[in-house]
Design a protein around this ligand. Sequence first.
Ligand code: GDP
Length: 363
Amino acid sequence: MLRAGIVGLPNVGKSTLFNALVANAKADAANFPFCTIEPNVGVVAVPDERLSVLAKISTSEQIVPTRIEFVDIAGLVKGASKGEGLGNQFLANIREVDAIVHVVRCFDDENIIHVSGSVDPVRDIDVINLELALADLAQVERRMERTRKQARTSKEAQLELEALEKLSAGLNEGKSARNISLTEDEAEVVKPLGLLSAKPIIYAANVSEDDLASGNEWVEQVRQVATAETAEVVVVSAQVESELVELPEDERGDFLESLGVEEGGLKSLIRATYNLLGLRTFLTTGPKETRAWTIIAGMKAPQAAGTIHTDFERGFIRAETVGYDDLVTSGSMNAAKDKGLVRAEGKEYVVQEGDVMLFRFNV
Ligand code: GDP
């Protein structure tokens, strides 16, 4: 399962957000086995409106959403790359995630101390990005020493050295690795380094409940930073989300309406993270269950079948496939078949977002 790490300075709302994520997942536990693997790791359902629509068509007994994992990586502070705070530990945690959700404080509250004395999201973003860049720089420099020797005799090492030199120069200026331009070959050769500042990132702008509908000046500042980095911003209110999970389900709508929003931002955050990871969803549906499955963009039909069961991949014959929209407009699987919208796809078929699939296989 793919993992996203929640990072940010202290007191920005990381734990509040993480707890809301986990509480929501627990509420969904009837539908899938919930597990908290470690206190700071939660498995979260990816909201998908298509599931209930399909479940109605197939009169499914249950709905099973797909899931991603969130890790609360607390305690990243200025100086972490030099081992300050619990610096090294936290950097090691970030190394293990596939994407970063950076929570940025965009709310003012005089009762909640800001580690740097005032609310300033751009400075906060810089602090964290700089720590990640410095940690990467140290790693790149260690690697350069080794590669320099090998580069005398090996073409491949020469290519790597060139890539490392570009990275080192950029990181030295405080740039994130993801914003340093490398050729495709260079990017490939330094991939195994797993640089922290190369990981895809979303900025979660944490606002007070009053600003959830309208945003605020701080959110705009975050957007500007994100645009420059081609990163994404999701506006979320950790506080609203934590209040929502305390409310009975039938009162949540009214509460959100009173704030002028449809949701507290958590769903958008989960969805944005899912997309950021380059994930795609295909669906299966029948009387027993309607279910969403995660694949990586570009996977072919047999591999997709393998996410359900290894036997499906091994014995793959074909996949009866219909696009979600085609199925819904037709009203039933049989109607879609009659219209010729259900295709028999073979081993080379690249599965598309929203494909509804039935696998035929030999046992
Ligand atoms: P962390 O250190 O980043 O994990 O921050 P916490 O989640 O522990 O939050 C620090 C404090 O800020 C807590 O008292 C939260 O209740 C409060 N907090 C979190 N989000 C918001 C928010 O959107 N508005 C306000 N006013 N307080 C918040």
